[in-house]
Design a protein around this ligand. Structure first.
Ligand SMILES: [Zn+2]
Length: 402
């Protein structure tokens, strides 16, 4: 094994352990850099690491992806190292890509138990809280661009343009300038002057999540590949969901929204009103409102006939109801509404069903047959049928705390 290989191996070892070990020596780092130059490795991540080491900065790299591969136990540690190296060189064969994808899916997508769900939700809650702290004391509607600008051009440069269908937003770290560059798509703005469309505002909020959340930032600064973000709550990846949760917290902070949300039982007209107060899309407003509601309710997004996300209010979670898996709705009235929506027809205003049609209750079979009211809100511009689910409070009276 050459010097360069062993340095590399050591640095990778550190990354895998969350940079908990002593950094490589200066000689090792220099050897790595020299090696990288000789062989013209166009691997910005490795060069970034070597840069950081030579300049004496601590290695601040996210341990998450590595830990997750290990947890996933789909590949051995050596395989992981090789996959990481190859992935960064961009020359993975399709079989390896599949292995990584499956391992990631296995580690990230498992929400089989209440604990899995809670672990995931805790990460999303933290992302949301981080955003809320940044805009604390501000009034609605929050201006995400002003938040970005206040970071200063030395740290964050911002550029909005009509990027067509390419992406909604992107954040890159420029090692040479030692600053971040944020791109956001203005295609939704259309004729809107002076202020941005709710979707543009959300895109900016999402990219700010990648900028402000420590692990996301460290990943990009460590040379991690930037990605192209799209739409709201459309991606199952936990990293994207964290950025979405950050954006929703930034644009609709609980401090401002909670009193308005809880003036009454949550309803479609109230969601529409809140969307206009916070200048936020109906999708983001509805799920944020449900999360802040003191009433037993949930909101579900149906896209192309599938329940693609579901958020429950705290009273609902406390009783023992959890979001379902991604699947076709089981309620007949919601199925009919979803078919009408997909066909471009008018959608009924409401329907009804039972809790067993919508929620996972894990060990609580007694919670399966409570009455649920469904309220439909078609959002054609985003291809989503929002379904607000409310449970009459008297249905739950004897269930809480059982
Ligand atoms: Zn993103």
């Amino acid at each position: 094994m050459s010097n360069k290989d062993s340095s590399l191996k050591r640095i990778l070892g550190q990354l895998q352990k969350g940079a908990g070990l002593a950094p490589p020596t200066l000689d090792e780092a220099e050897a790595l850099m020299a090696g990288a130059e000789e062989t013209a490795i166009e691997d910005s991540r490795l060069l970034g690491i070597a840069d950081a080491v030579v300049s004496g900065k601590p290695l601040d790299c996210p341990k998450e992806p590595f830990d997750l591969w290990f947890e996933a136990d789909a590949t051995s540690m050596n395989d992981c190292e090789q996959l990481v190296l190859n992935r960064n060189k961009g020359d993975l064969d399709s079989e390896s890509k599949k292995t990584i994808r499956n391992a990631e899916k296995k580690a990230l997508g498992k929400t089989r138990t209440k604990l899995d769900w809670l672990a995931r939700q805790t990460r999303l809650d933290r992302a949301c809280q981080a955003a809320e702290e940044i805009v604390m004391g501000q009034v609605a509607p929050i201006d995400p661009l002003a938040v970005a600008v206040s970071e200063g051009r030395n740290l964050l440069r911002i550029q909005g343009e009509d990027f067509g269908d390419a992406f909604d937003g992107q954040l890159k770290y420029h090692h040479s300038h030692q600053c971040f560059l944020m791109l956001y798509n203005t295609k939704y703005d259309g004729s809107v002057q002076d202020s941005h469309h709710p979707r543009t505002r959300f895109s900016i909020g999402h990219e700010l999540g990648h900028y402000f959340l420590d692990k996301h930032r460290a990943f990009l600064m460590g040379g991690g590949e930037p990605h192209q973000s799209r739409s709201e709550f459309k991606n199952d990846d936990i990293v994207e969901q964290e950025a979405d949760a950050f954006a929703a917290g930034l644009l609709m902070p609980s401090e401002l929204a909670r009193p308005l949300v809880n003036e009454d039982n949550l309803s479609i007209p109230l969601i529409q009103e809140l969307a206009s107060v916070f200048n936020l899309s109906l999708v983001s407003t509805s799920l944020k409102a449900v999360q802040l509601s003191d009433f037993p309710c949930a909101v579900v997004g149906i896209r192309q006939g599938l329940v693609c996300w579901c958020f429950c209010s705290k009273p609902l979670i406390d009783t023992g109801f959890y979001p379902p898996e991604k699947r076709a709705p089981k309620s007949n009235s919601a199925l009919a509404a979803s078919s009408a929506f997909d066909a471009g027809d008018g959608v009924a205003e409401s329907g009804s069903s039972y809790t067993k049609h919508w929620f996972r209750t894990y060990d609580r079979n007694d919670l399966e047959n409570l009455h649920v009211d469904e309220h439909y809100l078609p959002v054609r511009s985003m291809g989503i049928l929002i379904v607000l689910l409310t449970i009459p409070e008297d249905e739950l009276d004897f269930k809480v705390g059982e």
